[in-house]
Design a protein around this ligand. Structure first.
Ligand SMILES: Nc1nc2c(c(=O)[nH]1)N[C@H]1C(S)=C(S)[C@@H](COP(=O)(O)OP(=O)(O)OC[C@H]3O[C@@H](n4cnc5c(=O)[nH]c(N)nc54)[C@H](O)[C@@H]3O)O[C@H]1N2
Ligand SMILES: Nc1nc2c(c(=O)[nH]1)N[C@H]1C(S)=C(S)[C@@H](COP(=O)(O)OP(=O)(O)OC[C@H]3O[C@@H](n4cnc5c(=O)[nH]c(N)nc54)[C@H](O)[C@@H]3O)O[C@H]1N2
Ligand SMILES: [Mo]
Length: 760
């Protein structure tokens, strides 16, 4: 985090580059060349997202069905980068840790840490020592067992999950935690789509997307709120292109004009690399940060006025009557709210909003997609309920070409939740888990990410176990999280690569290196495969076939089972040993516990896998009223003292969450730098800032201040009053208590800040 990696000066180009195309192929080639042996890298890419291959470790965008799998690999630039990063030729071994103390590693950048390569064997940092040293797997598991048994209560342990973990490993992991006696299962979803799960469950009875890939091609209008698919779900662009070819329209709502929406060339269709790219967006609405709820309400109000004039032509009254509750209340609210108040809260003009409403007016097949721009907000849940309102008023759910599309992030984050990685799983799941494994799961609700940080700070959270991820940098309030982790008696991380969470550690620390997605998982000479769930709820198998980065790696499944044997003894009633030698046995148990997995082992072996049941796709709304809920959400516009900005933290094109591949944000024209603040040129002028000026950013939350220095100002096409920095650097500014009201999703896109020029 400290040393700048690049000696090259910051460069910006005003032009927003086109997305994908030849440039992305060049970038893929570069990353494969840099990181891996060319044969290994190319072989791997051809196995990506194929029926008999592995699931891309990058995003959770759905793969095409079995009939559509092309002969060419289904990959994108950033998926390829993720693969190159995992299949690297570099290694972090015992000699590496001999040469580098933890203290010296703390001075290195996050890019440098991961760039050192794959971890080769388990390592331990003993109390008071300066260097990690090798430790046997048995000794590592025994240490975990000793420390867990020393706790006064199982609730002093926390078991975090990042969303790359397979269904099989996640199921055993949550079983392990609950068998140990705690529901403390924080996960990356707590910081990601938690608000979507909350608001969708409440209003529609299911917290997942209601659409499948085919729906996108058939929609008349797709609205995309707060998502940058060109970088974070690049394969989505190819679907948007199909939608356009079918005559569909796209409305992009985003404070930034993201390249992916403007000009797209299919990276796997060379004939598109020259000539005119596809302009994906038909209407771009440069919304003020957190202005989305007001926009959604304004659109509904305009549609309602039109509906009153032409009854039945705008709203789907039959659907509303048959399938929803709350209509009267919602239209009364729409009558009450004033359009000019709503418009003012968006930062858009009335004409722009009318244009959006006009595009929706008579349309019946509408999809609304969203991601972190909506969920990491102080109004997240209300905004998502307004998305649902708009779809319900149009009857645009549970039919072809229509519905909700919360685009998931990590490749198996959705599957991990389905498997029970959640601090508050519903009672039916807990009951069934107890029946199938003959034990009493803990009753008390566990803690999520925010709760975990608080617990560690208070000293009642003593053992932090991370199944993947990089909690130290991903969680909000970096300095506070560092203090929290350092307060633990034991921190354990199951990882593929070295990261900051290994260096910001408890009294004792363990690094347990695991196989990646691309690698063969051989148990007693038999290949095991795992399964994952994508954004559209499709379950598929994933099987790597590369030789593992080191012979001492274990699969995540084997790690959970090894730890379980050390903690519960060899004679535990749960057959951990058998589970780790045959993953079919785990799937049989998943089938026994979780609805929708009937004939799991059989159906997963069919090409393309299978879809989980989805009530909202079939207009079965399992809510408290038995109908889809139209809700009234009161407006909560931004109110900032003069001189303050709202800051959002976003991903660059060269990263996967806390993994920094490089220092260029190609699509945004920013090069050789990550410590930049994007700010409107009028705001720059008003605050006396020039391009590249060194600045200090101070954030304010409930009377507290947090400071970030060493940044430069960059003029950018962003609404006045809004500014942006990159995640994870910006996490220093996110107060741990600054989160959405209902699901406690960190508001990492809503941070009040002041920007000041400093003398270099
Ligand atoms: N290559 C790559 N792929 C990834 C990831 C990665 O880091 N790299 N991360 C994965 C994960 S875990 C996730 S969750 C997803 C994240 O995917 P995204 O949600 O696309 O990620 P962010 O960069 O956080 O982008 C949020 C977008 O929201 C916009 N935004 C911010 N505030 C607001 C607002 O108030 N209103 C609106 N309408 N828009 C707003 C920003 O300008 C930005 O375009 O991607 C996944 N895929
Ligand atoms: N300010 C701010 N904070 C954010 C966000 C934001 O937009 N702004 N986004 C949030 C979101 S959406 C998310 S999802 C979280 C992400 O939070 P995390 O999931 O905790 O973080 P990652 O950066 O994805 O984790 C990277 C590490 O995972 C390990 N790893 C990689 N592959 C594997 C594997 O196959 N198995 C195992 N066991 N380990 C592996 C590597 O060691 C790597 O260093 O961050 C959140 N934090
Ligand atoms: Mo995420």
């Amino acid at each position: 985090m400290k040393k700048p990696i690049s000696k090259k000066p910051l460069k910006t180009t005003p032009r927003v580059e086109e997305a994908a195309g030849l440039r992305s192929i060049q970038s893929v080639a570069y990353h494969i060349w840099e990181e891996t042996y060319i044969g290994r890298g190319v072989k791997t890419l051809f196995k990506l997202n194929q029926t008999k291959g592995f699931d891309c470790p990058s995003c959770a965008w759905p793969d095409p069905g079995p009939d559509e799998v092309s002969v060419v690999a289904e990959y994108c630039e950033n998926g390829a980068k993720a693969v190159a990063w995992e299949t690297t030729k570099y290694r972090v071994d015992a000699a590496f840790f001999d040469a580098h103390s933890v203290e010296s590693l703390l001075d290195q950048t996050d890019h440098w840490l991961e760039k050192q390569g794959r971890l080769t064997e388990p390592f331990i940092l003993k109390p008071g020592s300066s260097h990690y040293q090798p430790v046997s797997w048995d000794e590592a598991f025994a240490e975990i067992g000793r420390q867990l048994h020393q706790l006064d209560s199982p609730d002093e342990a926390m078991f975090y999950t990042s969303g790359r973990t397979s269904n099989e490993a996640a199921f055993l992991y949550q079983l392990f935690a609950r068998r140990f006696g705690t529901n403390n299962l924080p996960d990356c979803s707590n910081m990601c789509h938690e608000a979507s799960g909350k608001a969708l469950n409440e209003t529609l009875g299911i917290g997942k997307a209601s659409v499948v890939l085919e729906d996108i091609r058939e929609t008349e209008v797709l609205m995309i709120f707060g998502q940058n698919p060109g970088t974070n779900a690049p394969r989505m662009l190819a679907e948007l292109q199909k939608l356009k070819h079918n005559g569909g329209k796209i409305i992009a709502v985003n404070p930034l004009p993201e390249a992916g929406f403007m000009q797209f060339r299919h990276p796997q269709k060379p004939w598109e690399w020259v000539g005119k790219p596809t302009q994906l967006q038909d209407l771009y609405l440069p919304i003020k940060i957190n202005g989305d709820m007001a926009l959604l309400k304004a659109i509904q109000k305009i549609l309602w006025e039109a509906e009153k004039e032409r009854p039945g032509e705008v709203f789907d009254l039959d659907f509303i009557r048959e399938h929803t509750s709350g209509f009267e209340e919602v239209i009364n609210d729409l009558d009450r709210v004033q359009l000019d108040v709503l418009v003012a809260a968006t930062g858009l003009s009335l004409a722009e909003i009318r244009q959006a409403a006009e595009m929706l007016l008579t349309k019946k097949r509408i999809i609304i997609a969203w991601a972190m721009g909506i969920t990491q907000q102080r109004n997240a849940e209300s905004t998502i309920r307004e998305i649902v309102n708009l779809l319900l008023l149009k009857g645009a759910i549970g039919k072809k070409g229509a519905g909700t599309l919360p685009v998931r992030g990590h490749s198996n984050v959705q599957g991990d939740r389905t498997m029970g990685v959640w601090e508050k799983m519903p009672e039916a799941f807990m009951k069934r888990l107890g029946e199938v494994f003959s034990f009493s799961p803990p009753k008390a609700e566990g803690i999520g990410t925010i709760g975990a940080i608080q617990k560690m700070l208070e000293g009642t959270g003593k053992v932090f176990f991370g199944m993947g991820g990089n909690f130290a940098l991903a969680a909000p309030d970096t300095k506070v999280v560092f203090d929290a982790l350092r307060n633990c008696s034991l921190t354990v991380h199951v990882s593929t690569k070295l990261n900051r969470s290994h260096l910001v550690h408890g009294k004792t620390a363990l690094i347990l290196p695991c196989l990646g997605r691309t690698e063969a998982d051989l148990v007693e000479n038999r290949h095991q495969f795992v399964t994952t769930e994508d954004t559209a709820g499709r379950i598929r198998m994933s099987q790597g076939d590369l030789d593992p980065a080191s012979a001492s790696l274990k699969s995540e499944v084997a790690i959970v089972c090894g730890m379980a044997k050390a903690v519960f003894g060899e004679d535990d009633a749960i057959p951990w040993e058998q589970f780790s030698s045959d993953y079919d046995l785990i799937r049989d148990k998943i089938e026994a516990v979780i609805p929708g997995f009937e004939s799991y082992n059989k159906r997963i072996r069919q090409a393309g896998g299978f879809f989980l049941p989805n009530g909202s796709r079939e207009r079965r709304f399992t809510t408290r009223t038995g109908k889809a809920l139209l809700t009234v959400n009161s407006l909560n516009p931004n109110q900032l003292p003069t001189g303050r900005f709202v800051l959002m933290t976003v991903r660059s094109h060269d990263q996967f969450n806390t993994t920094v591949y490089g220092y260029d944000d190609r699509y945004r024209g920013i090069r050789n730098a990550r410590k930049v603040l994007m700010i409107h040129k009028a705001d720059m002028a008003a605050f006396g800032l020039s391009q590249g000026d060194p600045i200090k950013i101070t954030s304010f939350f409930q009377g507290e201040e947090r400071v970030l220095e060493g940044f430069s100002a960059v003029a950018y096409d962003i609404p006045p009053g809004c500014v942006a920095v990159y995640f994870p650097e910006g996490n220093v500014l996110v107060a741990v208590d600054n989160h959405s009201p209902e699901s406690h999703c960190p508001a990492s896109k809503y941070i009040e800040v002041v920007v000041e020029k400093i003398n270099a």
